[in-house]
Design a protein around this ligand. Structure first.
Ligand SMILES: Cc1cc2nc3c(=O)[nH]c(=O)nc-3n(C[C@H](O)[C@H](O)[C@H](O)COP(=O)(O)OP(=O)(O)OC[C@H]3O[C@@H](n4cnc5c(N)ncnc54)[C@H](O)[C@@H]3O)c2cc1C
Length: 692
């Protein structure tokens, strides 16, 4: 299943992981083993093993493939949800196809960080943005996160080929992949030997200047071919070149096995022309010992892709499952790629959490989690926080009751017809539309946060989040440009709602027909007339937006009254039960919002769970401030109970339990001591024989 020319490949003696057993196992065992171990099609990523000429790595295969590998690797860590990664996929496939012959020296791999099975692995490799390109040296025994492709380099095929060559040449002599032929130039003085010695194969000598990569590319292209050796020589001295009738560089001189020689005449002095000329020489053929490379592109990607069955959903509704899944991905995956937060990043993170805690239109358990996180960040004036501490809080390690955020993604309004489409970026848009709407309809929600008088507040925080954390770098760049151009013009919170709507439509227009577009959900100017007929009008016969109507529509669409709770994780049932037992207990924050917002009509909630939540939302409850205080004091109380989970991972409950157990066991030991003492005295008395 892998090429092994020149000692490289899975069958070599210094192979990573499982293939080392090649010589010891019967063939069928090995076949089964390799089938299980080998990189294989991801769960709907952008690349397919055996179809695309790339190695599709996964959490369970990546370490084994990279550790101690006899070849170097260039791995693209991408996210299937990132439009740019989708747009870049044809280039990556083309590159992998272009350098397939180089595999004994360097392999091309991909790992989908958008696949939740790979989240942890991508975190271990410190992947923060997509796509990220990393080089891994051959024969590396220790875990390494690899070496980045230099920033600022373009993503042209040629640039990648050249950096691959540079990387191969940077290997030390001992660690050089055995499948990598010598790439160093030959000394010109050695050329005469090739004419004197009769060798049974062709020798091609490529004359080129120092900056040229053609010679090395041709050497690698021919590295798996027999009956030919390719060398390169650097000398631009005209007298020297004249000896071989060379008038331009690069040029190639060919010495035949019978000793005759002459210049090669190709149409253009390009790598492809030289390589195909040399491969077509009589007797030059691919080495048989090489096992086949991953099979070439046999089908188009379209034919190969599995279209998913779509869940039932209503496009005029906002699904809590999308918002919560997005929140889960943002807090547990995207942010978690940053091991520690400090400086601007920490500031952005705190601001985002403040925004979420104050404006997220969430279920009580999620709100409680966000408020707890917010209070924790406010109460701990640290300059630097390890993100693991945040993850501990998110998974409720301190066991505060009623605090929960789904830990799986469940896209509904953001589902795609293929697994790699839509998802997180869609939920990200929805989340921030909802936040701008909440800021507009609840002007007091941001009181005492420092953002209360700033109509651009939500947008600025969104901009900074995108700049510091959003995985798709090109998206960040485009968003930054739009922000720079016009965000300053936003003067009211309604203006912020409309600004984001307008910019989202600019992105929709730019991406319409793009590779990242889901054919089942085409990019359109939104809202379409079917969901908002009044948003559209004709002015002088031309289509135009009625912005007053659009604003009202956005407030309704992204408002709490339009949220459906279908498909939210089971914990919803728990919340519902808990709240039915004690309806006032946790709903203060919902109520706070509702009392400032329009109260949704419970009958609007279509499914039973939604209706139940709607009923609860509609109940009379204390005023907003009392509700907020009640919730905050409850959280504070819980927080006090859970001190120092950050430090050593024990809460007060844990400590109290330890003390109780300690006292109980001491007490037990003392009782046992006295018990045996008394017993032993009795025995002594009973069995003592009177002395004679
Ligand atoms: C800030 C940002 C910048 C991005 N930039 C790029 C980029 O440069 N290149 C790229 O390939 N991808 C980019 N993306 C991703 C891209 O915009 C889409 O999110 C992704 O392709 C998924 O598309 P989708 O079909 O789910 O619809 P999305 O555009 O994600 O929209 C999600 C939902 O929002 C609603 N909606 C649509 N338009 C509007 C609107 N104008 N106002 C309010 N609600 C609306 C609809 O219900 C829609 O289903 C960006 C994403 C974000 C968050």
């Amino acid at each position: 299943m892998e090429s092994s020319g020149g000692g490289g490949g899975w069958r070599g003696s210094r192979l990573p992981g499982p293939p080392r057993m090649a010589g010891l196992l019967p063939r069928w065992v090995l076949a089964v083993f390799l089938a299980l171990w080998a990189p294989r099609p991801g769960r709907g990523g952008l690349y397919q093993a055996g179809v695309d000429p790339v190695w599709v790595l996964e959490a369970r295969t990546v370490r084994g493939a990279l550790r101690g590998a006899p070849s170097a690797w260039l791995v693209q860590f991408y996210s299937s949800a990132c439009g740019h990664c989708a747009a870049f996929a044809p280039t990556w496939r083309a590159l992998a196809g272009d350098v397939r012959a180089w595999e004994p020296a360097i392999k091309i791999g991909v790992l989908d960080c958008g696949d939740e099975h790979n989240y942890e692995t991508c975190k271990e490799y410190g992947i923060q943005y997509y796509p990220t390109f990393r080089y891994f040296r051959a024969f590396t025994q220790q875990f390494t996160t690899g070496e980045n492709q230099h920033a600022g380099q373009d993503r042209e095929l040629e640039t990648f080929r050249q950096t691959m060559i540079d990387f191969l040449q940077n290997h030390s002599q001992e660690a050089k992949p055995p499948g990598c032929p010598p790439l160093e130039p030959m000394q010109p003085e050695k050329i005469p030997y090739f004419f004197q010695e009769k060798v049974p194969h062709y020798t091609a000598i490529i004359f080129e200047n120092e900056n040229s990569y053609v010679g090395r590319e041709v050497i690698l292209d021919l590295s798996q071919y027999e009956n030919i050796a390719v060398k390169r020589v650097l000398d631009s001295n005209p007298a020297f070149l004249q000896k071989f009738n060379i008038t331009s560089l690069p040029s190639s001189y060919l010495i035949y096995p019978n000793g005759s020689h002459g210049l090669i005449h190709v149409l253009k002095p390009l790598r492809s022309d030289f390589s195909s000329y040399l491969k077509s020489l009589p007797g030059v053929r691919r080495r048989l010992s090489s096992s086949p490379l991953p099979s070439p592109l046999r089908q188009t990607r379209e034919k190969n892709v599995i279209f998913k069955e779509l869940k039932d959903y209503d496009k005029s509704k906002l699904y809590m499952a999308d918002l919560e899944s997005g929140l889960h991905y943002m807090l547990r995956v995207e942010l978690a790629t940053h091991q520690t937060l400090e400086g601007d990043e920490l500031k952005t993170f705190k601001n985002v959490v403040t925004l979420l805690a104050k404006l997220f239109p969430g279920r009580p358990s999620v709100m409680k989690l966000l408020e707890t996180l917010h209070m924790w960040l406010v109460s701990l004036p640290l300059d630097r926080i390890p993100y693991n501490a945040v993850l501990d809080l998110l998974s409720n390690k301190m066991r505060i009751s009623g605090l929960f955020l789904t830990s799986r993604v469940q896209w509904v309004g953001c589902q795609g017809s293929k697994p790699e489409l839509r998802g997180y970026p869609c939920s990200f848009w929805k989340l921030f539309h909802a936040l701008t709407v909440q800021a507009a309809v609840q002007p007091k929600a941001l009181l005492n946060t420092g953002f209360e008088d700033n109509p651009q507040g939500v947008l600025r925080i969104m901009q900074r989040y995108i700049r510091d954390f959003f995985g798709c770098r090109a998206c960040a760049q485009h968003f930054e440009e739009m922000a720079r151009e016009s965000m300053d013009s936003v003067k009211t919170s309604d203006g912020a709602v409309l600004w984001l709507w307008e910019k989202h439509n600019v992105v929709n227009a730019r991406l319409a027909g793009d590779l990242s577009e889901d054919p089942a959900f085409p990019k359109v100017q939104w809202p379409t007339p079917d969901i908002c007929p009044t948003c559209h009008q004709k002015i002088n016969g031309l289509d135009a937006w009625d912005k007053v109507q659009v604003l009202q529509f956005l407030k309704d669409h992204y408002g709490m009254g339009n949220i459906l709770y279908t498909y939210t994780q089971e914990r919803a049932d728990l919340d519902e039960k808990e709240l039915q037992e004690d309806p006032g207990r946790d709903f203060q924050s919902q109520e706070r919002r509702r009392s400032e917002d329009k109260i949704p009509d419970p009958e609007k909630f279509s499914d039973s769970r939604s209706r139940a939540l709607g009923r609860l939302l509609a109940k009379d409850t204390p005023g907003p401030d009392r509700g907020k205080k009640a919730l905050e004091s409850k959280i504070e109380q819980d927080m006090k109970q859970a001190v120092s989970f950050l430090g050593i991972g024990f809460s007060n409950i844990d400590m109290s339990l330890c003390i109780v157990l300690y006292v109980a066991s001491s007490f037990f030991l003392i009782i046992m001591y006295f018990f045996f003492r008394v017993r032993s005295k009795r025995w002594k008395v009973r069995y003592r024989r009177p002395s004679v």
